[in-house]
Design a protein around this ligand. Structure first.
Ligand code: NAP
Length: 209
């Protein structure tokens, strides 16, 4: 955990534990209820963080509609090699921060550029940008590292067992690594509710040490 920093994450998972299909189908396979929860969770965050894959496949702007308070919009990549036409660049919203964990191959206008580890970046957000709550909206590659550095306090899951994706290349919340995860992480269920109309269950888990 990073002292003083609340890190949360939100994912919808299929009946076979996947967050997307093997060809990385964009989000939109869940319900309006799930979307409403996503927006609600976004409202409480000082910063939203996503991996480059999710930013691009889900065409994300990372904004909170009809709100004067906009979270920082944070994107993680190894070298920052975006296309430049991502929706985030053409949509007004919170300041954009791009973390490059290996090297900065290109400096994007209107984007605060950071180089270094994910953990260092989170500490910088907390200490230099007054961020007390970072909310992760995927994908699995980013979530795996957040769990490896063990900084996730709360995990929001939508159990959407009405859909099965199949395929070993379809990612889970840990991406689709074949490598063994370094240590088991335990979470305790602290809240749940069902939406019979959508066939989904909304779960909230808290990290147990
Ligand atoms: N069901 C859900 O709730 C949910 C939520 C989010 C996303 N998704 C789905 O997941 C799929 C996208 O996920 P994804 O597998 O592409 O994962 P991702 O984590 O969104 O993106 C992976 C890319 O982001 C960068 N990245 C992420 N973590 C990094 C780290 N710790 N260090 C350095 N770079 C990092 C890398 O970009 P570079 O290649 O530039 O280095 C990597 O190739 C889409 O289909 C999306 O719809 C589903």
């Amino acid at each position: 955990m990073i002292h003083g920093l609340n890190v949360t994450a939100n994912f919808a998972i299929s009946g076979d534990g996947k967050i997307s299909s093997s060809d990385h189908r964009p989000s939109g396979w869940t319900s309006e209820h799930d979307h409403a929860r996503l927006i609600e969770l976004r409202k409480n965050a000082d910063a939203i963080i996503v991996g480059k894959g999710t930013l691009q496949s889900d065409h994300m702007s990372l904004t909170v509609q009809q709100s004067a308070r906009q979270p920082l919009r944070c994107v993680v990549s190894r070298r920052g090699n975006l296309h430049g036409d991502e929706k985030i660049f053409s949509t007004p919203g919170g300041p954009i921060h791009l973390l490059c964990t290996e090297s900065i191959d290109h400096r994007w206008e209107g984007c605060a550029m950071h180089e270094g580890s994910l953990e260092k970046f989170l500490r910088t957000l907390h200490h230099d940008h007054h961020v007390n709550h970072v909310h992760c909206e995927g994908g699995g590659v980013l979530m795996r590292e957040l769990l490896e550095i063990d900084c996730v306090n709360l995990l929001y899951l939508t159990w959407a067992a009405h859909t099965l994706f199949g395929g070993e290349n379809a990612p889970t919340i840990l991406g689709n690594h074949v490598n063994v995860f370094p240590a088991t992480r335990h979470f305790a269920l602290i809240d749940h509710s069902a939406s019979p109309d959508s066939g989904e269950i909304f779960l909230t888990y808290s990290r147990q040490s």
